[in-house]
Design a protein around this ligand. Sequence first.
Ligand SMILES: O=P(O)(O)OC[C@H]1O[C@H](O[C@H]2O[C@H](CO)[C@@H](O)[C@H](O)[C@H]2O)[C@H](O)[C@@H](O)[C@@H]1O
Length: 677
Amino acid sequence: MMSRSYTNLLDLASGNFPVMGREKKRLPRVMTVAGVISELDDDQANSVSSDVPSSIVQDRVIIVANQLPVRAKRRPDDKGWSFSWDEDSLMLHLKDGLPEDMEVIYVGSLRVEVDVDEQDDVSQILLEKFKCVPAFLPPDIHAKYYNGFCKHHLWPLFHYMLPFSANHGGRFDRSLWEAYVAANKIFSQRVIEVISPEDDYVWIHDYHLMVLPSFLRRRFIKLRMGFFLHSPFPSSEIYRTLPVREEILKALLNADLIGFHTFDYARHFLSCCSRMLGLEYKSKRGYIGLEYYGRTVGIKIMPVGIHMGQIESVLRLADKEWRVQELKQQFEGKTVLLGVDDMDIFKGVNLKLLAMEQMLKLHPKWQGRAVLVQIANPARGKGKDLEEIQAEIQASCKRINDTFGRPGYEPIVFIDRPMSLSERAAYYSIGECVVVTAVRDGMNLIPYEYIVCRQGVSESESDSASPQLKKSMLVVSEFIGCSPSLSGAIRVNPWNVEATAEAMNEAISMNDAEKQLRHEKHYKYVSTHDVAFWAKSFFQDLERTCRDHFKRRCWGIGLSFGFRVVALDPNFRKLTIDAIVSAFSRSKSRAILLDYDGTMMPQTSINRTPSQEVIRIINSLSGDPKNTVFIVSGRGRDSLGKWFSPCKNVGIAAEHGYFMRYFYLQNFSKKVALFQV
Ligand SMILES: O=P(O)(O)OC[C@H]1O[C@H](O[C@H]2O[C@H](CO)[C@@H](O)[C@H](O)[C@H]2O)[C@H](O)[C@@H](O)[C@@H]1O
């Protein structure tokens, strides 16, 4: 029996979910030009074939992310909200890489909860002043979608944590998945309100919105749509434990281009598509494409970068705003190692503390001289495992400071509060080395930020007493996305505490000339591969992948997450019923090959036995001496033989032709020899 919640989910995925919250009328920027609707079957109702050229209106991109790049604050008088751009948002930064005349619209949620009766006004202001379209998720859906499915299922799994016990990660909970689907649908509704499908590109971001491509594709078959995953994509051995593994893969494949930070993440994704969906990929002149029902879904590998302009403008102010000199005094005579991490279970903060402890033990010369300043941004998730890690971190800090501390010296300085970029820049200026020991991280831009801050900007150089500041050192985990691009960093396996301790010692003991060389190399890379470079490269590939979209003949088929677009060569013509009937009547001898699932039985049917009506039709077809009728299926010979025992003149090719039976009284025989070369 299909559970109630499951049928609702099918409803959701097929676009029939009751609207939660207000439904507004769609406000397209230009009228959508109607395509030519081919004669359609019911399940092809979305098929639009259009040879209409793109409209003269300039291109526009709709960036969809879990969070809008705006900050919202309640006014002090409690009358409404005030909004400002979130200058730290990657979604805002990526604009720099898009074509100059391209209009950008954002769709996403706000970090604050807005009362239902304020939502219209808030939407209006955000659209007019920020070109932002807020997706308001009802609180219960938001909690289950974000804290539930995103943070308790996908986030741990994508960082290689399996839910072995209810407290760690969390066992799969279908209601959380349903909320995830419902939330993605709400995002899709906001996109649909503003989209002009023939002019707009849609660029979807991150693991929060992995099923959104399906909702949009169902609605707009030819929409030009890209997706970028900011988190890691795990090995197929991890991913395949996810009960909704196929749904998510199929939903992503409704995008035109799927992007990853590293080659490994893309490789894992391709293995999943091959192992779970049987899809092949091709690599041609540097482009990777997955063949999917006549469409080629592009795979893009390009790590994100930082926003040079933002960091440089902060650097011009850093000396004034944040008392770099004071910090210098505070840590005078000390060698500062620096850590900057979100408080998250995968950041390996405790492993870093253990490595520091080990370094002080193994290299006592650093006792009284080396300090690890660990900055921890507030946690974004919740849960027992996070509480455990926090307790461990606290205990380690205390133990290390009790053991090695002395008056005027604390080896660990733990700063547990959010820190602005300008304050971080002040810390970078005193940090001899940045240490990242995350056990998994999609990318991690802290090393990049550190390198650019250490380079400084020309104005501050003239103020600076010592131009030797242009050196930096990095100890980075080999399990994070930025690791392959930092060839001058000392790479460590953070689980190996002793090796990390040695790497930290090596980093701070290295001579200045070597540090400068490594810094120079890193700076060259980081400053040229910034966020604009990344966005430009992704967008160019998206344009290229979608170039012939409007020339192709496409049909949307399949239900729920099985929905996909079948793209055919422009010369392909669907046979009309009249043409089939006339050819049928004229022919003297006919071979009729019938598939089973999806032809004789609906694909989603729980009852697999053919109905009496099917049997009657087959018998009537095979009763005509001009017809040779075969059922061709991947199903086993036993079930097919049993189900079609009332059909005397029907042949069966079972298990994809491995077993053949010519008519009822004959036994099945193997056909292996036919395929042997
Ligand atoms: O905590 P969330 O709201 O679910 O967001 C997840 C994280 O998103 C951002 O990090 C991710 O993207 C970065 C840029 O591509 C990448 O460097 C990082 O490795 C990814 O995890 C955000 O910076 C984090 O604070 C969020 O936790």
